[in-house]
Design a protein around this ligand. Sequence first.
Ligand SMILES: [Zn+2]
Length: 329
Amino acid sequence: MFLPVLWVVGHAIVCAAPSEDVAANEACHARTAGYLSRLVSGQLRASAYFDCFRPWPHMQAFLDALSHMHPSALTSVPVGSTTTGLPIVAYHVHAATAGKKALYVQATQHAREWIAGSSAVYLVAALLDAPGAVPFDVIVVPVVNVDGYEATWTTSRRYQRKNARAVDLNRNWPNPHWDSQGNSTPVTSDAFPGSSALSETETSSLHTWLQVQAPGLAAVVDLHSYAGQVLFPCADGHDKAPLQTQQLAMAMAQAMGADYGSEQMLRGLPLVGTFRDYAHRQLQTLSFTVELAGDDFVVPAARIRSHGEEIVRATFRLAQGLLTPPSST
Ligand SMILES: [Zn+2]
């Protein structure tokens, strides 16, 4: 009679408590308080902001502060909304050279992949620290799954992957093979694709915005963790990206370092409904998924800058490859 009560109480405590990872990063927030007033133009990557992982309001405040420092180089625009009505925000880094197409970089479709979001913010800081280094506009959405990301901070669900309706956003994008495999996955699965393609507010609202942007996009990169791979289309295995795209993926992996390789399908497994395939087929742009290297979704904060630098090198290499005409041989 007594034991179930203890279990219920214990269970309630476990469910209510944020994770140890959250506690460690909140202690880091306290240690680094006031960093927004100590930002130095040209040395943004050195900011104590990057000493810790940050919840979405901190990320927004930091990026908005950078925008105030560099109003002509960085602007923000709402590009979608979440299940609970929160805005999905893009940060647009404007290149010094006008007229070039843009690179689109998004992260954190999967809520638990904090290192993907921190690397996207780091990329914005690096682009502002080195104006002109990338002769493309770069549009960065650091957190697609804002609801899920917030849940990883405020509940015990540090390993939550899906959105507020338990849908894997990176299986919810339109795909010609969607129906054949999508609906066989149960809702309890971490890869539940939803009831239909674009059934989720996050994907449908971003799709509306991306369709307008598509003619101006040179390439897209979708950031994830953890596998140490630069992946090229198609994840579903039905089509293969042109050789130029494959070679560019390999070059990006080489630029990122020894922990990285490149391939079409992660571990050879076909996946339907990914953003990578949607961008390749529907937006008709070069499309890559970057899986940061590692061995867990929980990453020590000491690795924020080193992984951020990997994404910076990959982006610089991508831009360089886009400017180099493909070989005719
Ligand atoms: Zn992921």
